[in-house]
Ligand binder design. Structure first.
Ligand SMILES: [Zn+2]
Length: 297
């Protein structure tokens, strides 16, 4: 069973067909979807998805790219939301130093307050750290949250080691599918096995094959295969280890809801076979259902 540790299923891009995409990803072997909020305005849609799909696990947080438009009571609303609906993490939070990103001091203030909340409540964090890994490390060392995930990791091996020492795992996804992403591919190949979790960040961070379309949640099965190829490890082991790592990073993911695999192994095998052939999109739900039936009889 795969875990997508970062997927914005509430995004406008998925408004028309989120339920179908969830079903397709479930059929491709995804057992759990971690859906991080970005502002209080996204809380209700994510709570609704989680109420509809036992496989959806919310994280509540205030994303650095939206700090300038936040209501004054955003932090109070975040705390209330966490109390009302326990999340697997506080996220998506962090820092973004990309040109044009919001005011740095405002980002730091909101990030710091959420790290303090994480520490107080004993919750892991899901961190966005675009061009800001050192600044994130500095703040994490100062505020000492229990740990979590730095998503879409794009730092150095040394920064990776420092984050691992702070009990963080590192998220890998679409970026490692590009043969030109040498640094990210090297990290994916060489980091210790306990360091890596998989994520799509769908509908964002397109993989090499996306061709300008939205990123789809089911593609994580192909990411598992890409990682298996990079690490020269059997894909079944990659799936098992990255899921174990996701549980270690976000312990509530393994506890808060029953997630008996609705999808037998045969489905994962079918998805993997298709992923290897580069034809995941061609695997229809009908084929997968047939596979399940033949596996059960
Ligand atoms: Zn995100």
């Amino acid at each position: 069973m795969l875990v997508d540790t970062h997927v914005h299923l509430d995004a406008a891009e998925f408004a028309a067909d989120a339920h179908t995409l969830i079903a397709q990803a479930r059929a491709a072997g995804v057992g759990r979807f971690v859906v991080p909020a970005v502002t209080p305005a996204t809380f209700d849609a994510i709570a609704h998805l989680a109420a509809t799909h036992a496989s959806v696990a919310p994280a509540w947080g205030l994303h650095p790219l939206y700090v300038e438009g936040l209501p004054d009571d955003a932090l109070a609303r975040l705390r209330a939301q966490i109390e009302k609906h326990p999340p697997v993490a506080i996220g998506e939070i962090g820092l973004d130093a990309y040109p044009g990103a919001p005011d740095w001091a405002a980002q730091q203030r909101i990030f710091q307050a959420q790290l303090a909340l994480a520490r107080e409540l004993g919750l892991p964090v899901i961190v966005h750290a675009r061009r800001a890994v050192d600044a994130v490390l500095h703040m994490v060392r100062k505020m000492r949250p229990p740990g979590g995930i730095v998503h879409a990791f794009n730092g150095s091996m040394e920064q990776a080691r420092q984050l691992l020492a702070c009990n963080f795992r590192l998220g890998f996804g679409g970026a490692m599918t590009f043969t030109g992403s040498t640094r990210i591919r090297r990290l994916a190949a060489e980091l210790p096995q306990h360091a890596i979790v998989l994520e799509t960040d769908a509908p964002d961070i397109p993989p090499a094959w996306a061709n300008g379309t939205r990123t789809e949640p089911a593609w994580i099965a192909r990411y598992a295969q890409v990682l298996a190829d990079l690490r020269q490890t059997p894909v079944a082991e990659i799936i098992a280890r990255t899921t174990e790592n996701a549980y270690a990073a976000l312990p509530a993911l393994a506890q808060d809801k029953p997630f008996a695999p609705l999808v037998p192994n045969a489905t994962t095998v079918a998805a993997m076979r298709a992923a290897r052939a580069g034809e995941l999109e061609a695997v229809t739900l009908e084929q997968i259902k047939t596979d399940i039936q033949s596996a059960q009889t």
